[in-house]
Ligand binder design. Structure first.
Ligand SMILES: [Zn+2]
Length: 248
């Protein structure tokens, strides 16, 4: 019961994050104008705004002009719902839910802006990074300095990769990783990057083999950062123990 409620909240939040991502990318106000079709400007009604279902029900087309609706809308809604359920399952109704939800919100919005315009926005990252630092003053199994060290490790690692790869990693990724570091601490941050690179490499290979991605064509790394960070947050210690038991 509570799980489906969390999922539904996640869908609704996700449809809000879609709006946040698009309007911040376009430097528009979050409150005005009200939701409208990008093709015919028709103001959307309640029936058009039900997460995921409206998209399926309208078969991905605007009800008024039949213009296409981006599949990124239901994607953002499902991504939010699934990731919020994931962290809720991991930490339950505890104080740790605060930093974990801050991290999830940051990851979701970053993925949505990264996929659309290959940008991760400071205006999203900085306030949430600040919230994470404050929450880590009071919440966590490790001392405060440990999480700050995580932020430093995340920032430095990505900065190093950005310099070595000569622009393969943007400034947005570097700042995002500082925030991930504060949420995860240094160990899980390093693991999240290993996981993100691993999943990213496999996905890149599959996309190239199927011809959906050309060699040297840039690929948004945000989605893999998200997958790596959440797996590391949820299962990092389990993976680490398993790894050590095999190799030591
Ligand atoms: Zn329309």
């Amino acid at each position: 019961m509570i799980d489906s409620l969390v999922f539904i909240y996640g869908l609704v939040l996700g449809s809000f994050f879609n709006v946040v991502a698009i309007r911040l990318l376009n430097k528009q106000s979050l409150a005005f104008p009200p939701s409208h079709c990008v093709h015919c400007q028709h103001r959307l009604q309640a029936l058009d705004l039900i997460p995921v279902f409206s998209y399926l029900f309208l078969k991905g087309k605007c009800r008024y002009c039949k213009g296409p609706i981006s599949p990124l809308y239901p994607f953002g809604e499902l991504l939010t719902a699934i990731s919020i359920c994931f962290v809720y399952k991991k930490v339950g109704l505890s104080l740790e839910l605060i930093p974990s939800l801050l991290l999830t919100v940051l990851l979701v919005i970053s993925v949505l802006t990264d996929i659309r315009k290959q940008l991760i926005l400071d205006i999203v990252t900085f306030p949430i990074l600040g919230g994470l630092v404050i929450s880590r003053l009071f919440i966590g199994t490790e001392p405060f300095w440990y999480y700050m060290l995580g932020g430093l490790v995340g920032f430095t690692l990505l900065l190093f990769i950005a310099i070595v790869s000569k622009g393969g990693m943007g400034g947005g990724d570097i700042k995002l990783y500082a925030a991930i570091g504060v949420a995860l601490g240094p160990m899980l941050t390093i693991m999240s990057l290993v996981l993100a690179s691993f999943v990213g490499a496999i996905a890149g290979l599959l996309l190239m083999l199927t011809g959906k991605l050309k060699r040297r064509q840039p690929m948004a790394f945000g989605p893999f950062i998200m997958v790596g960070s959440l797996i590391s947050y949820g299962y990092g210690k389990v993976i680490w123990n398993w790894y050590m038991s095999i190799f030591l």
